[in-house]
Design a protein around this ligand. Structure first.
Ligand SMILES: NC(=O)C1=CN([C@@H]2O[C@H](COP(=O)(O)OP(=O)(O)OC[C@H]3O[C@@H](n4cnc5c(N)ncnc54)[C@H](O)[C@@H]3O)[C@@H](O)[C@H]2O)C=CC1
Ligand SMILES: O=C([O-])CC(=O)C(=O)O
Length: 340
């Protein structure tokens, strides 16, 4: 009898301390969309998430009600633009994921989304800066090369900018790179890691095959692989034929990034993800944001890894990347200056 009661007490104690360590509110803005729904599903399955807050201009409460029946411990709440919906969704969040915005149709570049998505991201950033200024902000909405600087400018204008807590999600580029190289080399993708640096569109996506397990790939095989990694998004846009862009693979990539951030926040050391951040690497060339391997910690960015040794061919890719990236970043900065 005594032993049984003691077991229960020990169990309760362990359960309590585990949930105290893992208590994390995660907000998804654009939660009813093509990415938002599967991303929210994966977050509902993540035991590190204690509270899931789902906002969309339409459909948030429906997605939340649906997910809330899944038998994991986290609570799920849906919010609408009515009254204080967005503020309540954001309040107390540790992580805010932003997949809100329109996706591409065939023939469009990510930059063609700027006119619509810039103001969506700016307005959501304003709300986040007010309701949860210390949260980690994970920007998925395209064009990432410009939407991340938009969030930074909004936060700077409100004196709450912490460059360690703002991330452009470029995880899908390395997910694709490891999958595509495994298909060429007939290997298991889980054992492949191809660093991808730069930004998240076309030639700003710079895969570093020389740093992969297959540094000897050369010639046409290399060119084809690099091209597929740079333009992998187009493959999906074309196949969906007007119905949008990558959603399911993106949800997986976004959930992986959020999980890495939560692991780091909860004390795990050596968690490294590629991400587009405020970076010192090319500031001397006037480029304030750059994606490279970043070690994550409890306060977000812990250490930004340099690009490292690259081949002459990759240096050519990097030069093309930097030229485009500079323009993309400036476009975001200028937008907020002209439309605060
Ligand atoms: N970073 C990356 O690697 C990737 C980024 N993307 C980008 O993610 C974005 C979303 O893509 P999808 O989910 O496929 O689009 P979608 O159209 O299926 O979903 C977007 C959702 O955002 C919502 N929304 C629109 N304005 C909003 C606002 N002001 N506040 C809150 N919610 C709002 C819509 O109601 C919709 O539910 C696109 O910009 C796309 O280009 C897509 C794939 C990969
Ligand atoms: O291609 C797009 O427009 C969506 C995206 O960013 C990707 O799939 O990498």
């Amino acid at each position: 009898m005594f032993a049984a009661r003691r077991t229960v007490n020990l169990f309760q104690k362990r359960a309590f301390s585990a949930s105290a360590i893992n208590a994390s509110k995660v907000a998804v803005l654009g939660a009813a969309g093509g990415i938002g729904q599967p991303l929210s599903l994966l977050l509902k399955l993540n035991p590190r998430v204690s509270e899931l807050a789902l906002y969309d201009i339409r459909g948030g409460p429906g997605v939340a009600a649906d997910l809330s029946h899944i038998n994991t411990n986290s609570t799920v709440t849906g919010y609408t633009p009515d009254a204080s919906g967005l503020h309540d969704c954001l309040s107390g969040a540790e992580i805010i994921l932003i997949p809100a915005g329109v996706p591409r149709k065939p023939g469009m570049t990510r930059d063609d989304l700027f006119n619509t998505n810039a103001s969506i991201v700016r307005d959501l950033a304003k709300a986040a800066a007010e309701a949860a200024p210390k949260a980690h902000v994970l920007v998925i909405a395209n064009p990432v090369n410009s939407t991340v600087p938009i969030v930074a400018e909004v936060y700077k204008a409100r004196n709450v900018y912490d460059p360690k807590r703002l991330f452009g999600v470029t995880t899908l580029d390395v997910v694709r790179a490891s999958r595509f190289i495994s298909q060429v080399q007939k290997t298991n993708p889980s054992g492949e890691a191809v660093p991808v640096v730069g930004g998240h569109s076309g030639v700003t996506i710079v895969p570093l095959l020389s740093q992969s397990n297959h540094s000897s790939i050369a010639g046409e095989a290399r060119d084809a692989l690099v091209n597929r990694i740079q333009f992998g998004g187009d493959e999906v846009v074309k196949a969906k034929d007007g119905a949008g862009s990558a959603t399911l693979s993106m949800a997986m990539a976004g959930a992986r990034f959020a999980e890495s951030l939560l692991r780091a926040a909860q004390g795990e050391k050596g968690v490294i993800e590629p991400t587009f951040v405020d970076s010192p690497l090319y500031k001397d060339q006037g480029i304030d944001f750059f994606a490279s391997r970043v070690e994550l910690g409890p306060n977000g960015v812990e250490q930004i890894h340099p690009v490292g040794e690259i081949s002459e061919y990759e240096q050519g890719l990097l030069d093309a990347c930097l030229a485009d990236l500079k323009k993309n970043i400036q476009k975001g900065v200028d937008f907020v200056k002209a439309n605060p």
